[in-house]
Design a protein around this ligand. Structure first.
Ligand SMILES: Nc1nc2c(ncn2[C@@H]2O[C@H](COP(=O)(O)OP(=O)(O)O)[C@@H](O)[C@H]2O)c(=O)[nH]1
Ligand SMILES: [Mg+2]
Length: 240
């Protein structure tokens, strides 16, 4: 019967780094069911950050990036011996369970995430995360834009109006109404990330009778991300 498990030997390419991207399933509906604040619900983001931390601690990726309902995890050591079915199913279900535990509410439907694997070369890591961060910014502008339009017009008219506007049109419209999108919280514009940071530890070396400095790494959740750059990824040790 084992022969029927035809996908079980599917593996990611050897020696490749991978990104796993999770996306909340029908979170538009979940946001309605839970009555999430629009455009940004701070508690929802707090829960997503806790899911990222759980994923980081459990599976040891080197970098996790999230905005809205999507989470990207970068691995240099591919988990589960590269087995595609294992990676996708375990990481997506772990994320959903973590989400439920941290949300601590009654859901109308069990939340779920889909998962995909993206083999990536070192040269493309920066472009990948820039691409997702650009999407975070688009999401920020659009969601603020639609909330504003819906405060003035019907849902249908607002949806129609926003379709005909590009990002700078929306930015301009909000600016004229007294809202500068550049001033909104960093996590709303640029998302959040989890990675390791080093902290300085000063200990006393009895033998040598002097203070000794060492560095210990800890898991850090960054709510104040800059625009991604090569410098940022070098500083965080993601790119060598
Ligand atoms: N109200 C609210 N909704 C959010 C927030 N973050 C994510 N969402 C919802 O999650 C959806 C995520 O987009 P997408 O994955 O394309 O939609 P899905 O297919 O329904 O999961 C958005 O369209 C929003 O409806 C938030 O902070 N507040
Ligand atoms: Mg989704």
């Amino acid at each position: 019967m084992k022969d029927y498990e035809v996908y079980s030997s599917l593996k990611v390419p050897k020696n490749s780094k991978i990104i796993i991207r999770l996306d909340g399933r029908s979170f538009h509906q979940l946001a309605r069911d839970l009555n999430l604040a629009k455009p940004y619900d701070e508690n929802f983001y707090k829960v997503i950050s806790e899911v990222c931390e759980d994923l980081f601690k459990e599976f040891s990726p080197i970098f996790v990036y999230a905005f809205s309902d999507e989470i990207s995890l970068l691995f240099d050591n591919v988990p589960f011996n590269g087995r595609v079915e294992k990676i996708n199913s375990v990481i997506a279900s772990f994320a959903a369970s973590s989400f439920v535990i941290h949300y601590n509410t009654v859901f109308k439907k069990p939340p779920a995430f889909d998962s995909r694997i993206i083999p990536i070369s070192d040269d493309d890591i920066l472009s990948y995360f820039k691409w997702r961060q650009d999407e975070s910014w688009r999401n920020c502008v659009n969601s603020h834009g639609i909330v504003f339009l819906k405060s003035k017009y019907s849902d249908d008219v607002s949806n129609e109006k926003i379709k005909g506007m590009n990002l700078s049109d929306i930015h301009e419209l909000l600016f004229k109404k007294g809202m500068n999108l550049n001033d909104v919280d960093a996590f709303k514009k640029r998302g959040i990330a989890v990675y390791r940071k080093n902290k300085k530890v000063v200990g006393f070396n009895k033998k040598e009778n002097k203070n000794q400095v060492s560095y210990r790494s800890y898991v850090y959740t960054d709510w104040q991300l800059p625009n991604f750059s090569e410098e940022f990824f070098r500083q965080t040790g993601v790119i060598k």
